[in-house]
Design a protein around this ligand. Structure first.
Ligand code: SRM
Ligand code: SF4
Length: 533
């Protein structure tokens, strides 16, 4: 299928933004054929647009903060991987020593660090042999497709989404080889397919979300569209007033929406190019009608209600599965940061105690599925569980953080190290009646999703005593699960050095925290093994 971008809508070439211009000159996917050459000539000699932009079509991110040490963003549909895949990735980063690490992302995915361009052809061969791909994971492509991390394990789930998520990924990426039909969207695009009752993947912040719903007694999905965060605007997804059966209709509807967005989505101003801007411009009825034409048949109207009626779970700890005698064990990974040795260890635990499988969550944690009752006691004695705890303390437990200044050039503040240090310090000081979800994001792009948090912290620069220092704007009121609702900014320009006291007050006044008595200690916690300079 050849893309047919509506140039009348996209307006004249003269008005196209610079991203549209370089995409029109050469599709990002084409650098795939130049990788061997890039590897031989070295990154310094690669054309600047290929280096800083087009390589992202293959998941390869040049990092201006660490020039020459690239980030590789994978695709892990539904957050599922195997011990074998984890070991392959561990092996890839191990050779980079201290530079080699992996981050679990807020889209239940992995990003590898420290990668050298000359190694990429070999890395891609090894990844392909292990059934891994990083294709179309950056720039104007569909990001990792999320689904419940306990799909197929949860006794109360409605639809096991794993197969559907894989099929949608295969359709969009041409079975992982790259698909030019969907490699030139107006902007990034997020898809989530939820099969459980607790909205485990923040359906409301995706460009397309499928949520379970019964229509005339048949189980399928209601469809939401247009959710997104950006520096300029954040919106929750709205109902498309459509329902689909849990079969290839999901694929077909994704294809139809992507075609409409690809061919008619706004391409003049990149700050106004996400799907919701098209829906705003056209109105929902016209958008829905265009999707129906692309879908090839009328779309059933939405079911009256969806089935997401639970509070959101965090999956930490030991939980019985629907398969009698088996359990899934959620391990807390402090701010999602893993070293090669951690990935090797997790692969071993999955193979020794479970079925060789691992799952990732959007809270940047890991789940070991299929652990028999009989093996639980030994698993729980494993030294790794001292760092990757099943009983983390209340604030570290729910902590989420984007990459921040260590590797991201958009960042206005360092995030991960600071987030963890503050959470541990506050956990030591305060007793909380329940976990409080604190999300850090280093800039207004909101990769760390501060708007879904109980307390969201967004990096900014602040003036203090005549100097510019790192600070945050504070968001509150984010709700997740059945009554998902985006939080709003409640305070701005707090210097990070004053944040401890501000958070302590917020936790006491709004979340029932009390100061610990002498001798009363917090359990669990975490350490980040990479020290940020
Ligand atoms: Fe993001 C750009 C990291 C989830 C909104 N995001 C970036 C870049 C690629 C910028 C860059 O080139 O440096 C960051 C890479 C830094 C690095 O070295 O790691 C980056 N985003 C991340 C991750 C790794 C954060 C994390 O630590 O988990 C997440 C990767 C997900 C994945 O596996 O694909 C990540 N980014 C998100 C999310 C959350 C989500 O999807 O639920 C959002 C908000 C939701 C959304 O997109 O609607 C998000 N990222 C952005 C934006 C703002 C998009 C916009 O429409 O303006 C940018 C900037 C851009 O695209 O121009 C951005
Ligand atoms: Fe980078 Fe900003 Fe995204 Fe954090 S929120 S990863 S600082 S772009």
């Amino acid at each position: 299928m050849t893309p047919s971008i509506d140039m009348a809508n996209a307006t004249t070439a003269a008005k196209l933004n610079k991203f549209e211009q370089f995409k029109a000159e050469k599709d990002g996917l084409l650098v795939k054929h130049e990788l061997e050459q890039f590897a031989q000539m070295g990154w310094e000699a690669v054309d600047d647009t290929d280096l800083t932009h087009r390589l992202k079509w293959l998941g390869i991110f040049f990092r201006p903060v660490t020039p020459g040490k690239f980030m590789l963003r994978l695709r892990l549909p539904n957050g599922v991987l195997t011990g074998y895949k984890a070991r392959t990735l561990a092996d890839i980063i191990q050779r980079y020593g201290e530079d080699g690490s992996a981050d679990i992302t807020t889209r239940q995915n992995l990003q590898l660090r420290g990668i050298l361009l000359e190694d990429i052809p070999d890395i891609f061969r090894r990844m392909q042999a292990a059934g891994l791909t990083s294709i179309q994971s950056g720039m104007d492509n569909v990001r990792n497709i999320t689904g419940s991390p306990v799909a197929g394990l949860d006794a109360d789930e409605l639809i096991d989404t794993q197969g559907l998520v894989r099929k949608v990924q295969d359709m969009i990426t041409g079975n992982g080889t790259g698909n030019p039909a969907f490699s030139n969207l107006p902007r990034k695009f997020n898809i989530a397919i939820e099969g459980g009752r607790d909205n485990s993947i923040h359906a409301e912040i995706n460009d397309i979300a499928f949520v379970p719903a019964y229509r005339d007694g048949q189980l399928g999905f209601n469809v939401l569209v247009g959710g997104f965060f950006s520096a300029r605007r954040c919106e929750a997804a709205i109902p498309l007033n459509a329902w689909v059966a849990p079969d290839d209709s999901v694929l077909e509807l994704c294809r139809a929406i992507l075609e409409v967005y690809r061919d008619h989505g706004p391409r003049v101003n990149r700050q106004k190019a996400r799907l919701m801007w098209l829906i705003d411009d056209w109105g929902l009825d016209r958008f829905r009608a265009a999707v129906e034409v692309a879908y090839g048949q009328p779309l059933p109207t939405a079911a009256a209600q969806d089935e997401m009626d639970w509070d959101k779970r965090d999956h930490i700890g030991v939980h019985p599965q629907k398969q009698v005698g088996l359990n899934y064990v959620g391990l807390h990974i402090p701010v999602g940061r893993l070293q090669a040795s951690d990935l090797f260890d997790l692969a071993r635990l999955a193979e020794v105690y479970g079925s060789g499988e691992l799952r990732l969550t959007v809270e940047q944690n890991v789940i070991l599925p299929n652990v028999p009752d009989s093996r639980l006691p030994v698993l729980l004695q494993e030294p790794l569980l001292e760092r990757f705890s099943i009983t983390p303390s209340a604030l570290t437990r729910s902590l989420v953080s984007c990459t921040g200044a260590q590797f991201c050039n958009f960042a206005l503040v360092e995030t991960k190290q600071r987030a963890l240090a503050l959470a541990l310090a506050l956990d030591a000081e305060l007793a909380l009646p329940q976990p409080v979800r604190i999300h850090w994001t280093g800039c207004p792009n909101s990769c760390g999703q501060p708007q879904v948090a109980d307390i969201g912290l967004m990096g900014t620069k602040v003036r203090k005593e005549g100097k510019t220092v790192e600070g945050v704007d504070i968001f509150m009121g984010g709700q997740v699960g059945k009554e998902a609702h985006l939080g709003e900014k409640v305070q701005q320009g707090i210097p990070c050095e004053d944040l401890h006291g501000v958070l302590r007050s917020l936790l006491i006044e709004n979340f029932g925290a009390r100061l610990r008595q002498p001798g009363e200690e917090a359990v669990g916690g975490g350490t980040l093994r990479v020290v940020v300079e």
